[in-house]
Design a protein around this ligand. Structure first.
Ligand code: PEP
Length: 250
């Protein structure tokens, strides 16, 4: 099965209006020339500007977070319907920084995924093991438990509209990428886990790799049969690096 590659940039809590304008103008002309779906994910205050800057381009917009609540007394939170007002297409959910720094459990991640799906946006569901979990040899169990908690709430068929990002925690922002072979092993195990529940869903689901992806290591990762693109943090803030990654995906 051919799965269109996705190259998604997670800008995290970085950038300013002027740096974002420069980044987008550098990306717009390039993104149209390649087959991959390019996505950018600014901080919430910039969603409106970025949405306008992307008007007429093939680049899609992602939010970095959403509440599972619909409205009410939740200071500092953003609902899915608010994101819809800004032409957001994708929402990151379960990023390891949200899990580790803001206490998001597998159950919270599942509820957020359900809310994003209800708003007809596409969750980019982040999963991944810590270094300690990898050293204990439980990487596949950890990743499949993170996914299965979501499956229990929304059902396996919902994964037709979910993108998975495998991001080993020890590789995020550290400069230490998983090797292409290490990443492929986990992508295959995660795909097989879903395929055991529904073969079409398992074969069709897009699984991105994230963790210190750069223009110099992306081609090796993308050559793997179960790696369908990348979720890129640091390197997505540098237009030349990000463009290099997009080009390497073909
Ligand atoms: C991320 O934050 O999703 C990420 C993969 O970061 P980096 O590319 O900087 O490791």
């Amino acid at each position: 099965m051919t799965r269109q590659k996705i190259i998604a940039g997670n800008w995290k809590m970085n950038g300013s209006l002027s740096s974002i304008e420069k980044l987008i103008s550098g990306l717009r002309s390039v993104a149209e020339n390649f087959d991959s779906q390019v996505i950018v994910s600014p901080s919430h205050p910039y969603l409106s500007n970025v949405s306008q800057l992307l008007s007429g381009s093939s680049i899609k917009l992602a939010a970095q977070n959403a509440s599972h609540e619909t409205s009410g007394a939740f200071t500092g939170e953003t609902s899915v319907s608010m994101l819809q007002d800004f032409a957001v297409d994708y929402v990151l959910v379960g990023h390891s920084e949200r899990r580790a720094l803001y206490g998001e459990t597998d159950d919270v991640v599942a509820k957020k995924t359900a809310a994003i799906l209800s708003g007809e946006l596409t969750p980019i569901l982040c999963i991944g093991e810590t270094l300690e979990e990898r050293q204990k040899g439980i990487t596949v169990d950890v990743c499949n438990t993170q996914i299965n908690t979501v499956v229990e709430l929304v059902g396996v068929e919902a994964f037709k509209n979910i993108v998975i990002a495998y991001e080993p925690v020890w590789a995020i922002g550290t400069g230490l990428s998983a090797t292409a072979e290490q990443a492929q092993e986990i992508h295959k195990a995660v795909r097989n886990n879903l395929a055991a529940l529904n073969a079409d869903i398992g074969n069709g689901v897009k699984i991105l790799y994230g963790g210190s992806v750069k223009a110099s290591n992306s081609a090796d990762l993308f050559a793997m049969p179960d790696i369908d693109g990348a979720l890129v943090g640091g390197a997505s803030l540098d237009v030349d690096e990000f463009v290099g990654i997009i080009k390497s995906a073909g």
